[in-house]
Design a binder for this molecule. Structure first.
Ligand code: GAR
Length: 197
C-alpha cells in the first residue's frame, strides 16, 4: 500500500480536492494508495473537520509546543510514520501548510514531498503572492505544484495552471480564481506521482 499524508494549516480546500479525487477515481484500486492521515499545525484549521467527515484520521501538532524548528520537524516525521510506516511508500503532500521545513525533514522525504504554491514559480516565492502579482502589473497569475527542496518554493515543477488577471481584481478575487485551478492541478499531479512511487 502507498500512503498519502496531507499536511494543512487552514481551510484545507486543496486537501478536500485530493480526498474527493481519491474517492472518485478509486486511488485504492488504481494506485494501491490511501490517504492515511491529515495533520495540521493549527488546532483551529477548518480542514480538520473536512478530513474527519471524510473518515480520515486527523492529528494536530502545534509548532508552538516546540522549542525549535528541528524539534517540531522531528516530531512531525514521527507522527507521519506512526500513520505511514517508513518501510512503506509514503507521499507527503503539503496543502496550505504554512511552515518552512528543515533540511533533514526535506531530505527524509526527498522525491516524496510535494507542495502547491499560489504563483507561477519561479516568480513570487514566499507570501502575499497575489498582491505582489497585482503590484507588478502581471497580466497572468497561477499556481505551481512542485517537489519540495531545502530552498523555499523551489524544486522541480510538476504542474502549473495559469489564470488571467482582470482589471478590478483584488488579491482576494485573484486568490479565489487561482484556488479553483489549484483544485484541478493538485489531485492530478498527486495521482501522477503515485504512479512513480
Ligand atoms: C492555497 O492557495 C495554497 O496554494 C497556499 O495556501 C492556500 C491554502 O488553501 N499555499 C501557500 O501559500 C504555501 N506557501 P487551502 O487550505 O484551502 O488548500
Amino acid at each position: 500500500m502507498k500512503n498519502i499524508v496531507i499536511l494543512i494549516s487552514g481551510g484545507g480546500s486543496n486537501m478536500a480536492a485530493i480526498v474527493r479525487a481519491a474517492q472518485r477515481e478509486d486511488w485504492a484500486s488504481r494506485y494501491g494508495a490511501r490517504i492515511c492521515a491529515v495533520i495540521s499545525n493549527r488546532a483551529d484549521a477548518k480542514g480538520l473537520d473536512i478530513a474527519r467527515d471524510a473518515g480520515i484520521a486527523t492529528e494536530v501538532l502545534d509548532h508552538k509546543d516546540f522549542a525549535s524548528r528541528d524539534a517540531f520537524d522531528e516530531a512531525l516525521a514521527a507522527l507521519i510514520e506512526r500513520h505511514a510506516p517508513a518501510h512503506q511508500s509514503t507521499l507527503v503532500v503539503l496543502a496550505g501548510f504554512m511552515r518552512i521545513l528543515t533540511p533533514p525533514f526535506v531530505q527524509r522525504y526527498a522525491g516524496r514531498l510535494v507542495n502547491i504554491h499560489p504563483s507561477l514559480l519561479p516568480a513570487f516565492t514566499g507570501l502575499h503572492t497575489h498582491q505582489r502579482a497585482l503590484d507588478a502589473g502581471c497580466k497572468f497569475a497561477g499556481a505551481t505544484v512542485h517537489q519540495v527542496t531545502a530552498e523555499l518554493d523551489h524544486g522541480q515543477i510538476l504542474a502549473q495552471a495559469v489564470v488571467p488577471i482582470l482589471s478590478g481584481d483584488s488579491a482576494d478575487t485573484l486568490a479565489a480564481r487561482v484556488l479553483t485551478q489549484e483544485h484541478q492541478i493538485y489531485p492530478r499531479a498527486v495521482a501522477q506521482l503515485l504512479q512513480t512511487l
